[in-house]
Structures are given as structure tokens and as C-alpha cells.
Design a protein around this ligand. Structure first.
Ligand SMILES: Cc1cc2nc3c(=O)[nH]c(=O)nc-3n(C[C@H](O)[C@H](O)[C@H](O)COP(=O)(O)OP(=O)(O)OC[C@H]3O[C@@H](n4cnc5c(N)ncnc54)[C@H](O)[C@@H]3O)c2cc1C
Ligand code: FES
Length: 434
């Protein structure tokens, strides 16, 4: 299975250090550190630069089981369910402990289903409108555990555990005057959140949005009525395409698949737009090719995918291959260092990681993530995406320093409070993990 990737613009990706995060040793963490030299464009992007300006959490705060009043983490009530298409439902969720749910349009939450012992990410399909309700829109996946559970067993009056908001796929993180949204199938959900938010608050610019959506058949067009309404709004151009007719409807609109020709014809001022793409892997590839052919700067193109990049077994195999490679290099380094002129052998650095809750201690080389090292050692660490997106593996770093390359699965204030994501963190020193 392939996992989603949330891209950052080059301005954020480069220099490389802006995409890495050092979690300083807690003892060394200043109570009040100096503010970063230059403030990031958006608070969440503070993750990508110096982040130590926040104060550490007060003692005991990390262990608190009560939902934090300003954090979307806890049990939410299901207050509405709408059948959107034959296989898509929207769930309206209320976070009773919050006054208003604070998220950026395009972000997602991780939904935990304790009965199944599973969790999945779902984009928030509503816009942040200052209330304590929000929506997720879920497509029933054939054979899929969680989507079928949500469709069949979760209704009004029920509750779900959510954790978030997470993700960097948002117009908030890539401000622009003009936008192009391109979605395939259920990839429309984060787009709808962003379009709704832009319409509610167009900022200093007149609305200039092109929204291209691809569905298999007319029956599969998610938010069809709203897309039709959006098409009437000045400043928004909506292009809905279907690959084929449905049993009940001959599609009268544009037919076929996304291509450079379609985009060239439908999107005025293409090169100036900030582009957001979400859909299946093959779809995103076609869009990427089409945009490249049309000369669109890829720094303007942001992608979200809904599936894992790697199966857990493949991840373990990768971790083992890396460990073997490290052992070989380590062996070579030891041999070199025992030659004439060398006093002692100088093996490659390897760090110790202590997991305080179990008292387990393992070794980890600097190129292996803490999660991979733990899994290789036979430890069970909760994890899902392994790409720093879902927040499942979030742990407390009691001491030590890691380099963390995440994809929005942790909040700036959690980092400041000493939390980290083992799945995307490599050790820079010996570590103690709670
Ligand atoms: C950031 C992010 C945002 C997302 N947002 C949304 C969203 O807004 N809306 C949405 O609908 N989805 C979204 N997803 C996808 C969502 O997280 C789930 O992956 C999706 O709902 C499928 O989960 P599942 O548990 O139903 O399927 P899974 O059980 O995970 O199954 C996944 C795949 O394996 C196949 N499979 C499962 N069990 C079997 C079996 N026994 N035999 C054969 N094949 C099998 C399924 O057919 C399916 O193709 C998002 C994902 C991410 C990462
Ligand atoms: S497993 Fe998803 S963030 Fe670590």
C-alpha cells in the first residue's frame, strides 16, 4: 500500500535544515527560549524552523487524560450523518469540550476505532467556521475495515475518538492570490474544506479559483449539488469530469480523464496559481505529468494522498536492510581503524535508546528511525503511517536529541513540550523515551 505524501514548497523544504527538527535534551531546554530570528508565515510552519520559543508544558500536563480545551483530541459526538453518494457519507462531529475547533482547511484527523484496534486518517471536509462541530466525509472502501465500520455501525448519538488536526496540505500554509484545486474521487474532501474557507474569507484578493474534479460516473460525484452551486459563484470555475455514464444517467458534461489538454483549456493563468492535488496515485501522477508538460513550477504544486507508502512488512524489511548495511560499514570502519597508525578501533556511532515504560534498552544507528529500531528489536510501538503524519506513534522524549522529519503529524506545542514521532526521528544522541 502506498501512503500519502504532503509536499512543502521549496521555500520550506530548503535549506535541508528547515525540514528537520531537533528535539533538544529536556534538561537543556530553556524555560523561555529566545524567539526565532524571523517569524514563520504561519504558526504551524514554526515546525520547520527553530521551534524552541514555546515554554515547556507544566509538570504532569503530558500525562493528563482530560482533553485539552484547545486540542482536537478526544471523544467527539456524532451529531449528523448525511448520505452524500451511494458509497459516501458525511459525519458531523462535535467536540463538546471545545468552544471552537481550530484547524487549517485541508488538514485531517486520525480516527481511532478501539473496537477494531484500528485508526485511519480522514480529511476535515468542513471549513473552520468558529464552531465546535466539523465534518469528515468517508467513502466506503470495498473490504476496508474502518470505512465499512463507520458506514454501518456509526450513527447519530454515537461517538468517535479523533486526534488532530494534522497535515500541511492547506491553503493556509501556501498563501496565494489564485488557486487551482484538482481532485479525483474522495480526494475532493480537503479541497472542499479549502474552497469553503477561501469563500468565507477571501482575504485581500478577489476570489479566483478553478476547481477540477474527476469522478468515475455521475453517481460518484461527491458534493455534486455544492459543486453546481459553486459554479454559479463569481470568480470560481468548476470543471466536473466523468470517465463514463452511470446506469441511471448519461453524463452530459465533460468526459474523459485529466490531461494537459484539459488543464490548458480550462485553467486561465495556470502558471500563477497555487495548485492542490488529491486523488489516487495514478491520478496524481497524471496530474503531475500534465502540469510539468504545461511548465507549471512544481514548487507551486502540493499533493495529498490517502494511502500508505509502504506496508509494515516492507518497512521492517527496509529497516533490516539498513541495519545490515550499517553493520557492514561499521565492520569496515573497525578494520580500517585497526591499521597502522591507529591506536583504538573507532566504530561508527550507535546510540542507546531506553524505553522507560518497559525498561527496555536497544541500540540504534544514526540512520535508522527510533520506530524501525524498536520494531526490529521486537518491541511493540503503536504506529500507523510511519511517515510522521498520523500522530499515532507520538511519544515523550525524556532526554536526548533526535532529528525529526515529519509531515504535520505533531503540533508545534507538542514538540515544545518534549513530544516526538519515533517513526520519522533518528537519534543524534542516546535517548530516553517515556
Ligand atoms: C491524510 C489522509 C486523509 C484521508 N482522508 C480521507 C477522506 O477524507 N475520506 C476517505 O474516504 N478516506 C480518506 N482517507 C483514507 C482513509 O484513511 C482509509 O485509508 C480508508 O477509509 C480505507 O480504510 P479502511 O479501514 O476502510 O480500509 P483498509 O482496511 O485499510 O483497507 C485498505 C485497502 O485494503 C483492501 N482490503 C482490506 N481488507 C481486505 C481484505 N480482507 N481482503 C482484500 N483486500 C482488503 C481494501 O479493499 C482497501 O483497498 C485518508 C487517508 C489519509 C492518509
Ligand atoms: S506512525 Fe504516523 S506519525 Fe508516526
Amino acid at each position: 500500500m502506498e501512503y500519502r505524501r504532503s509536499t512543502l514548497p521549496t521555500s520550506v523544504k530548503e535549506p535541508e535544515s528547515k525540514f528537520t527538527f531537533r528535539v533538544p535534551n529536556r534538561r537543556a531546554r530553556a524555560v523561555t527560549a529566545p524567539a526565532p530570528a524571523s517569524a514563520p508565515a504561519h504558526p504551524a510552519l514554526a515546525l520547520h524552523g527553530a521551534f524552541s520559543s514555546a515554554e515547556p508544558a507544566p509538570p504532569g500536563a503530558l500525562a493528563s487524560a482530560e482533553p485539552a480545551p484547545d486540542e482536537l483530541t478526544g471523544m467527539v459526538d456524532v451529531v449528523g450523518v448525511t448520505q452524500v453518494t451511494h458509497d459516501v457519507k458525511t459525519f458531523e462531529l462535535r467536540a463538546g469540550w471545545m468552544e471552537s475547533v481550530d484547524f487549517e482547511p485541508g488538514q485531517y484527523v486520525t480516527v481511532r476505532v478501539p473496537e477494531l484496534g484500528l485508526e485511519r486518517c480522514y480529511s476535515i471536509s468542513s471549513a473552520p467556521f468558529g464552531t465546535n462541530t466539523f465534518t469528515i466525509t468517508v467513502k466506503r472502501v470495498s473490504g476496508g475495515a474502518v470505512s465499512n465500520h463507520l458506514h454501518d455501525a456509526v450513527g447519530v448519538g454515537g461517538s468517535l475518538h479523533v486526534d488532530g488536526p494534522y497535515g500541511l496540505f492547506s491553503t493556509s500554509f501556501h498563501p496565494a492570490a489564485t488557486h487551482l484545486f484538482i481532485s479525483g474521487g474522495s480526494g475532493i474532501t480537503p479541497m472542499m474544506s479549502m474552497v469553503r474557507a477561501l469563500l468565507a474569507d477571501p482575504g485581500q484578493h478577489p476570489t479566483d479559483i478553478v476547481f477540477v474534479h474527476n469522478a468515475a460516473t455521475p453517481d460518484d460525484i461527491i458534493f455534486r449539488a455544492e459543486l453546481d452551486q459553486l459554479a454559479e459563484v463569481p470568480g470560481i470555475r468548476v470543471v466536473t469530469m466523468c470517465s463514463r455514464d452511470s446506469v441511471t444517467e448519461v453524463w452530459a458534461g465533460r468526459r474523459g480523464r485529466i490531461s494537459a489538454d484539459v488543464l490548458a483549456e480550462a485553467v486561465p493563468g495556470l502558471g500563477d496559481r497555487e495548485v492542490f492535488v488529491c486523488g489516487p496515485a495514478g491520478y496524481r501522477e497524471s496530474v503531475r505529468d500534465a502540469l510539468a508538460r504545461l511548465g507549471v513550477d512544481d514548487r507551486r504544486v502540493h499533493e495529498e494522498s490517502f494511502v500508505f507508502a509502504m506496508k509494515p512488512a516492507d518497512r521492517l524489511a527496509r529497516a533490516e536492510a539498513r541495519a545490515r548495511e550499517f553493520a557492514e560499514r561499521d565492520g569496515a570502519a573497525r578494520q580500517d581503524s585497526t591499521g597502522p597508525g591507529w591506536g583504538e578501533c573507532t566504530p561508527l556511532a550507535r546510540f542507546g535508546i531506553e524505553f522507560r515504560s518497559t525498561g527496555t534498552r536497544i541500540d540504534c544507528d544514526p540512520g535508522t528511525t527510533v520506530l524501525d529500531a524498536a520494531v526490529r528489536a521486537g518491541l511493540t510501538v503503536p504506529s500507523s503511517c510511519a511517515e510522521g503524519m498520523c500522530g499515532t506513534c507520538k511519544s515523550v522524549l525524556v532526554s536526548g536529541e533526535v532529528e525529526m522529519r515529519h509531515n504535520g503529524g505533531i503540533r508545534p506545542k507538542e514538540i515544545a513540550a518534549g513530544k516526538f514521532l519515533p517513526c520519522c526521528s533518528t537519534p543524534k544522541s542516546d535517548l530516553v523515551v517515556e
